[in-house]
Design a protein around this ligand. Sequence first.
Ligand SMILES: NC(=O)c1ccc[n+]([C@@H]2O[C@H](COP(=O)([O-])OP(=O)(O)OC[C@H]3O[C@@H](n4cnc5c(N)ncnc54)[C@H](OP(=O)(O)O)[C@@H]3O)[C@@H](O)[C@H]2O)c1
Length: 261
Amino acid sequence: MTTVPSIVRPAATRVLITGASSGVGAAVARQLAAGVSQREHSQKLHLYLCGRQKDNLSSVSEECLRSAENSKLLEVVTAVGDVRWPEDVDRMWEEFGAPPVDVLVANAGINRPGPLDQVLPQDYEDVMDTNVKGVFLWLQKALPGMRSRQKGQIVVTNSVLGLKPKGGSSLYCASKYALDGLIGSLREEAREYGVKVGQVYPAGIATPWWDDPTRGGSRTESVATSKFLSADDVAAAILMLIHQAHGSDIDKIVLQPNSKM
Ligand SMILES: NC(=O)c1ccc[n+]([C@@H]2O[C@H](COP(=O)([O-])OP(=O)(O)OC[C@H]3O[C@@H](n4cnc5c(N)ncnc54)[C@H](OP(=O)(O)O)[C@@H]3O)[C@@H](O)[C@H]2O)c1
């Protein structure tokens, strides 16, 4: 007798997204919210969104609530803070009510491009603290509950520069390689207690990142982003991890733009 593989989607009802006020994180929130009406069960989706810019977070929250066809099945909670600071992460976690999150999308990140002899010690701290410590601090919030429930999904936004070095991006590459080691190790240990851990590695994405040197853009030149991935392209890959079948455990998704676009 043929066994039909289970493709029933796990009910990801509580999803916490860092860097949800812009770009990829906002697109993940919007796509999850837009999927609420397609949920075949009646469980409510709770989105916990954080970032530093309150107004942007509020706009994303409003867009999510507007796009959900059945808004009774969607709750959006926002918290403002900096992922670099443990006290901010503690406070945001408390503001969310220390929820039993099913999915953590650890996505907040920045770049400080430039030749190594020209970037500053402060740039080093900003990049490492945001891209590595910020993920670590949120993992420490989400993992204990996942471990005790023996289930959960972690999704981390890495970069192709976490797989292949590039001149002029040494701090960013160092942070994303460090993230790859952190998350790769976690993947090995978390599978022992039933938690899935995966990463997406996108090439360039057309987000506000490129417009602003405090996010990731160059201080000296503008970058043409027309042939880049869109935030929605990357969000769709993150949703593949979130909605993967019970029997699968995606490790890495590497994303390049479709050259025919
Ligand atoms: N853009 C690209 O070309 C590209 C390519 C590969 C990978 N990535 C990765 O994709 C992820 C998302 O980037 P994006 O392109 O969507 O950039 P983005 O539009 O600039 O969004 C970055 C998000 O991270 C948040 N964030 C940054 N620093 C933070 C901090 N210290 N504390 C709290 N939140 C902070 C921002 O919040 P606020 O705006 O509220 O401060 C914003 O919500 C990053 O991890 C990045 O490394 C980007």
